[in-house]
Design a protein around this ligand. Sequence first.
Ligand SMILES: NC(=O)c1ccc[n+]([C@@H]2O[C@H](COP(=O)([O-])OP(=O)(O)OC[C@H]3O[C@@H](n4cnc5c(N)ncnc54)[C@H](OP(=O)(O)O)[C@@H]3O)[C@@H](O)[C@H]2O)c1
Length: 338
Amino acid sequence: MLSYQILPGENIDGLRCVDLPDRPLGTGEVRVRMHAVALNYRDLMVASGNYLVNVDDPIIPCSDGAGEVVEVGHGVTRVKPGDRVVASFFPCWHDGITSQDKTKHALGGDVDGMLAQQVLLDQEALVKIPPHMAYVDAATLPCAGVTAWNAIFVSSNRARPGDTVLLLGTGGVSVLGLQMACAAGMRTIITSSTDEKLRRAHELGAHHTINYRTMPEWHEEVLRVTNGSGANVVLEVGGKGTVNRSLSAASMGGTVAIIGGVSGFGGEVNPAALLSGAKRMVGIFVGSRAMLEDVVRFVDAARIEPVVDRVFPFHQAQEAYRYMESGSHFGKVVIAVN
Ligand SMILES: NC(=O)c1ccc[n+]([C@@H]2O[C@H](COP(=O)([O-])OP(=O)(O)OC[C@H]3O[C@@H](n4cnc5c(N)ncnc54)[C@H](OP(=O)(O)O)[C@@H]3O)[C@@H](O)[C@H]2O)c1
């Protein structure tokens, strides 16, 4: 069974393809033949050693994949051979609010992930996907899809159709968030460094687009196009370089969902920026298996086709990582496995 492995911190050069022996299934375990694996910014952080993982040995990287069940172990009732599945980013967080126990064993971080021809997963991690959903599309949902869903529909302050959602940049989380918010009848504003990417975002349904390079005070433009109200929900993926502008761009009573730090972490937030508008900041930690089930259901019902910028063959995993690292992608980067 061919599989990629990496020791966190070895960088992309350390990503290597190895032939691992098949392991027999334990009780409750399921063997999944992978078809597609989607990359996330977090996979770059694991490779560069900038993501906290407690491992001393190489791991199979990547949290997000879709495949077909080929064998089930003793006691498995959730799935059967032939089922098409994705797995929850946190296999132990099934539902409800999170906890340390629920968020340990994140795939492709603390435990082996998905970048392999076959993976063994606990049945409790798995969510079935509909027969007509492409594996490449389904692979984008467990991290990027669930994170966007959690931010817009779960952790926001009762966001609803007609509300305004602000998305920063055109990476995986933001473009899936854009597609979901548009499908839910929300008004959307998206930023990017690149006019061509903004044109594509507009084609996807974005109501307003802002180039954050040519308009560094982009929060003022958000206020302008919302007649001074601001955005009800902000998907804050930027970190220290953007968080204060995101707070300024949020409406009174609005939610800034703290998701990432593509510009780095640190910096200062003035508490007054929250209290004067009764604004909320909430940390997002991907989400639960129940949220993944909701995302699969919503994407299917709303006929959302996640934007996949490029699909690389399995033997070009390093190239896929490097493409992602270059930041030229719009939406998701996927590796086709079988
Ligand atoms: N907390 C969680 O549960 C969670 C889950 C998923 C992701 N994340 C985090 O969220 C962030 C995005 O993840 P991703 O997988 O979507 O990454 P990605 O696909 O690599 O997208 C990153 C995008 O960020 C944009 N960007 C870069 N610098 C920016 C800036 N200063 N202001 C605004 N946008 C900027 C760029 O968009 P343009 O090219 O359009 O400029 C870039 O394409 C990462 O920090 C990741 O670790 C967190």
